[in-house]
Design a protein around this ligand. Structure first.
Ligand SMILES: [Zn+2]
Length: 312
């Protein structure tokens, strides 16, 4: 019964959506805010850049990776971005650098140090049959080819933002999941950490697209069984595994909530559930954080105090 184990990372990693002040150094007329001054492995931070002038360009980089940045509606003086911390990123301090240009041709830049702490992940020790730890050479070959295929997909950054609005949890009525980042030790040997979140659901439960996007993959894979991957643009991908059936085709454009397939137990699993993953610029992060961050936009007046403590 592996799915009843409480996932520490899911609750501990939730940031409070209130932008930290003085966290950054910027050129005059520009401010950078992050919803937290430090992050943990597998987490996401929301970036907000504001300028006194309209911006025509803004790029960002953190820890050697591009930061997805977008503009919402007609907010020409503002940009938002996501800083994604892979669940195995080495703890330490990494510099966030942003550079851009205003409509009147002035160069702008911001920089901030963002610390990464170790994530609080559960560890599971399992004794399993040899066939799980040592698959036959044919299976190893297949699994390696599929791993490379997924890597190639996640390496590709679609330059347009295909999503619009909040992300949702793919199963109706489900508010949380478990096992994100869990370290597994199989017969005494550490395996790779669990890269997604397991959501509870009976076989046949509809699985909905978390947001609008384009189906990048819809096929059966060795580990994750019937799998759908949706490209939301700007390097953001959601992953849906172990489906009993697939109801989408590669290349399809899907809207938020579209049925991609049904919950199942295909691939290497012990029972039906949805394996839901989120990859942002190749970093494996907790998908619930994206739902949380984009549905709690920071206040338009950051200096105004919340009316009641504890609300966000
Ligand atoms: Zn899983």
């Amino acid at each position: 019964m592996r799915y009843i184990v409480v996932c520490l990372a899911a609750s501990a990693a939730f940031p409070i959506v209130a932008f930290a002040k003085n966290a950054a150094v910027c050129t005059t007329g520009t401010t950078l805010r992050l919803n937290a001054s430090q992050a943990s492995q597998g987490s996401l931070l929301l970036i907000e850049v504001r300028s006194t002038k309209s911006l025509v360009e803004l790029q960002g980089e953190w820890g050697g990776r591009t930061v997805p940045i977008w503009q919402e509606a007609a907010r020409e003086r503002q940009r938002k971005g996501l800083l994604a911390v892979d669940l195995e990123k080495a703890p330490g301090e990494y510099e966030l650098k942003l550079t851009g240009q205003t409509a009147t041709g002035e160069k702008i830049s911001c920089s901030a140090m963002v610390a990464v702490r170790k994530g609080l992940f559960a560890t599971e020790k399992l004794q399993v049959g040899k066939e799980f730890v040592e698959p036959d050479p044919e299976q190893v070959k297949r699994a390696n080819e599929e791993r490379q295929k997924l890597r190639d997909i996640f390496d590709h950054v679609t330059p347009e933002r295909l999503w619009d609005g909040n992300f949702r949890i793919p199963l109706d009525g489900v508010t949380t999941g478990s096992n994100f980042g869990k370290r597994r030790i199989l017969n005494g040997n550490p395996g790779s950490p669990h890269g997604g979140m397991d959501l509870p659901g009976a076989t046949g439960t509809p699985v909905h697209a978390a947001q609008r996007g384009r189906v990048a993959l819809a096929e059966e894979l060795f580990f994750s069984g019937n799998t759908v991957v949706v490209d939301h643009g700007l390097g953001i991908y959601t992953f849906y595994g172990h489906l009993s059936e697939i109801d989408a085709k590669a290349g399809d454009t899907v809207e938020t909530g579209a049925v991609l397939g049904r919950v199942g137990a295909t691939g290497r699993v012990t029972g039906p559930h949805l394996h839901w993953g989120l990859t942002v610029e190749r970093a494996r992060v907790n998908p619930l954080l994206l739902v949380k961050l984009l549905s709690n936009p920071p206040s338009e007046e950051p200096r105004k105090k919340p009316s009641r403590p504890g609300t966000n």
